[in-house]
Design a protein. Structure first.
Ligand code: ZN
Length: 491
């Protein structure tokens, strides 16, 4: 039985602090038995997270790729006037994306290798900005996933390392407390845990706080056990925190808007944070008067937002008096509730594109349901109405997804015109492909997260109108939508 040796432990922590963006695969990344589907929800229940709606002008930066053989989706939060903070997070993400794209390829099979990078705000104040980034990777029989909490000193506009949360001379005591918490934790594989405490450098990449003000020290998936979910241990921070650590704790428990100074930002409209009981829920009714049996209809659809710049696209639609359908990611809806509200108020159809964009075909029915319901809750909280349409991420669906969609009363809306705007981020290319493939009753897929797509649509819409098209929402295009059923167009 070993005990934590303070000097060794101090060296471990110091090294851990320097290993923020390691591109190396963890040696335990493909632990035996880790090939079963992981739980998608990375959020530990005890973790203290910040309601994104308290931050005026918060946005998300989103990207998605459906490249040959694998899928990626990533999102990070963006504070107004703080693109430099976003750049720090991109530094964390970039090597993970590069490695995944290089390694994970599978030409066929229903379930493709997939990397999803998501976020939680764990502290926010004018002094401290803390964001926990998680990456979940599923590919072939390889599997990896981890969490890292990025701490930023807002006033100094600098990243702080995990060690900066603590008084330097308290680090040995910290390691000792982590050891004590882990060694008595039945979820830990004691051999892996001991190896971890002995010198693995990524052990303490994710340190945040629980709702009770305890430290929440997280170990990556498969790092300290054969479990496919990350394990966090609670550690008493009493006497350990540095001045910055104390500010971080306060920003976790009593968060406030960091309000990074520069351009004044408008406050988002306050939104109801809880959804109405099912019996009182308002679902969106959008079937209009257009008769697509008579008129030459086409439905434009936009996925993966909302982002703040979705407003630019909404302006284009509004100027031309046309309606579209927006399939929103739940998590992004929580960052941009005012945009969700506007989408509904402008008369566009609301669609559900899941909470954090996983490939639903690898999830259980209950996980699929959670992805969908949580998203509908977020959209309803922002817009006052509940979406009735589902678009599975990547268009990946199966019988389980269809069954859950049917239970929830939602048809699955796919598409038959795809300009591949995620691949060629060029407005001319997007325009040419949409117009070149447009046809009567088509459902057109695009992504409002890309400026190149948003900028293409004024010309696209003008051309479609002059070609005699009537632009409609999906419920307008498709009468009598059947829950669970797949629709590719309005034929
Ligand atoms: Zn998508």
């Amino acid at each position: 039985m070993r005990t934590a040796a303070p000097l060794t432990a101090l060296a471990v922590l110091a090294l851990a602090a320097c290993s923020q963006s390691s591109t190396d695969a963890s040696p335990t990344a493909s632990a035996p038995g880790a090939s079963s589907p992981p739980a998608v929800d990375f959020v530990a229940p005890e973790l203290s997270t910040v309601d994104p709606t308290i931050i005026a002008g918060l946005d998300v930066q989103v990207d998605e790729s459906l490249a040959e053989g694998h899928y990626t989706y990533e999102a990070v939060p963006v504070l107004p006037n703080a693109q430099d903070f976003t750049a720090i997070m991109r530094e964390y993400i970039a090597p993970r994306l590069d490695r995944f794209r290089e390694i994970e390829q599978s030409a066929d099979g229903d379930t493709r290798p997939e990397l999803t990078i998501s976020w939680d705000i764990v502290a926010a104040s004018p002094q401290v900005w803390g964001v926990r980034l998680t990456s979940a990777e599923v590919g072939g029989d390889a599997f990896d996933g981890d969490a890292e909490t990025v701490w930023i000193d807002v006033a100094a506009r600098e990243q702080r390392w995990v060690t900066d949360l603590f008084e330097p001379d308290a680090l040995p005591e910290l390691v000792s407390r982590i050891y004590d918490a882990g060694v008595s934790d039945p979820r830990m594989d004691q051999q892996l845990f001991n190896e971890q405490m002995d010198g693995e450098l990524e052990a303490f990449d994710s340190v945040a706080f629980t709702t009770e003000g305890q430290l929440w020290v997280e170990f990556d998936r498969a790092q300290v056990s054969t479990s496919t979910t990350p394990i966090g241990v609670e550690v008493d921070p009493d006497g350990l925190l540095s001045d910055f650590g104390k500010l971080a704790l306060e920003a976790a428990l009593s968060p406030s808007d960091p309000a990074v100074p520069a351009i004044p930002q408008p406050s988002p409209s306050p939104v109801e944070s809880t959804s109405a009981p099912a019996s009182e829920r308002q679902t969106q009714e959008l079937e209009g008067d257009t008769d697509c049996g008579v008129e030459k209809c086409i439905a434009l659809t936009f996925d993966d937002g909302p982002v703040a710049a979705t407003n630019d696209l909404l302006d284009v639609l509004q100027d031309r008096g046309v309606k579209a359908t927006f399939f929103m990611v739940g998590k992004n809806a929580t960052a941009n509730p005012a945009v969700v509200k506007r989408i509904a108020e402008d008369g566009h159809a609301l669609g559900n594109h899941t909470w954090d964009h996983p490939q639903l075909t690898r999830l259980s029915a209950s996980e699929v349901r959670k992805e969908i319901e949580r998203t509908s809750d977020a959209i309803e909280a922002a817009a006052g109405v509940r979406p009735t349409l589902l678009r599975p991420p990547y268009g990946a669906t199966n019988g389980t997804v269809a069954d859950v969609a049917a239970e929830l009363g939602m048809p699955q809306i796919l598409w038959d015109v795809d300009p591949e705007d995620w691949k060629d981020k060029n407005s001319d290319t997007v325009r040419e492909r949409v117009l070149g493939n447009a046809h009567r009753n088509a459902i057109v897929l695009s992504h409002d997260i890309h400026s190149t797509t948003r900028n293409a649509y004024a010309a696209i819409i003008d051309s479609l109108i002059s070609d005699g098209y009537t632009l409609v929402t999906v419920p307008d295009l498709l009468d009598d939508l059947e829950p669970g059923k797949k629709y590719f167009n309005g034929k």
